[in-house]
Design a protein around this ligand. Structure first.
Ligand code: GLU
Length: 263
């Protein structure tokens, strides 16, 4: 009897391991191509590298996929591609927010960044207070503009009794600071050089890619951005990825990646 039970248990365990390791096929991941250290694509070789690329490869290996296919996403396209089923998950500096959690599942955060702004030194702008009345470039689909207005109100730099973070839309915002929306980050950087905007606002890790001589970060940083792996709501993958990420947070693997990429 004992022997039969043991055999049965072994069979069940083997089946479990086999099914976990037989996800098979291609793991399709949405990543950034222009955020060094997170998701960066070498233009010559087409190869992607960064902490988020390593995580994608590790997830694919742990879940038994045969190969990983990377698709470049932007802040504006990552959710749409996930909704359309063109990618299985997003690993692309995607901040976990309550509003986004209503649409997608997010893993526990694997990295936390903060928002700040990049300016041309010649502008004389050095802090958040200097941005009142100015035009700031942000990416469509990002949290940046809302974070900046909230921080300016909190610091008492501007007042705006109509500000509601739930309904805030940078495209139509008509407050004491204005926003111009762009499809990608290189376009915002070009607009900053051209003087079309006074500042470029997004997470510091993204801005670091556009730091050049004659440019500086403003003194303030605000709105902690917790990056999570996003998956389709209620999908089997959500739970599997969450287990992997929490395990790698506990055993120091993620700290190791942060150190490897100098983040
Ligand atoms: N991390 C921020 C967000 O998810 C900035 C946008 C971006 O990731 O490109 O909104």
């Amino acid at each position: 009897m004992k022997k039969t039970l043991a055999m049965l248990l072994t069979l069940v365990l083997t089946l479990c391991v086999f099914s976990a390791a037989s996800a098979e096929g291609v793991f399709r991941v949405g990543v950034k191509c222009d955020v060094y250290g997170f998701g960066y694509q070498d233009e010559m070789t087409g190869e992607y590298s960064g902490m988020e690329i390593d995580l994608a490869n590790m997830i694919a290996e742990a879940l038994g996929y045969d190969e990983v296919e990377f698709t470049t996403v932007t802040a504006a396209t990552r959710g749409e591609l996930l909704d359309a089923g063109e990618i299985d998950c997003v690993l692309a500096t995607f901040t976990i927010t309550d509003a986004r959690k209503e649409t997608w599942d997010f893993s526990t955060a694997y990295y936390t960044d903060a928002v700040t702004a990049l300016v041309e030194d010649s502008s004389g702008i050095t802090c958040l207070a200097d941005l009142a009345g100015k035009t700031v470039g942000v990416s469509s689909g990002s949290t940046s503009a809302r974070s900046m207005v909230a921080a300016m109100i909190e610091q008492g730099v501007i007042t705006d009794d109509t500000f509601d973070p739930e309904t805030f839309d940078p495209a139509t915002y008509d407050g004491p600071v204005s926003f111009l929306l762009f499809d990608d980050y290189p376009a915002i950087s070009t607009a900053l050089s051209a003087g079309t905007i006074d500042a470029f606002c997004v997470d510091r890790s993204i801005l670091a890619n556009y730091m050049t001589d004659g440019r500086s970060f403003i003194a303030d940083s605000f709105a902690p951005q917790q990056y999570g792996v996003a998956t389709a709501k209620g999908s089997k993958l959500s739970g599997e990825i969450e287990t992997l990420i929490t395990g790698w947070l506990e055993d120091g693997t993620i700290d190791g990646l942060i150190e490897k990429w100098g983040l």
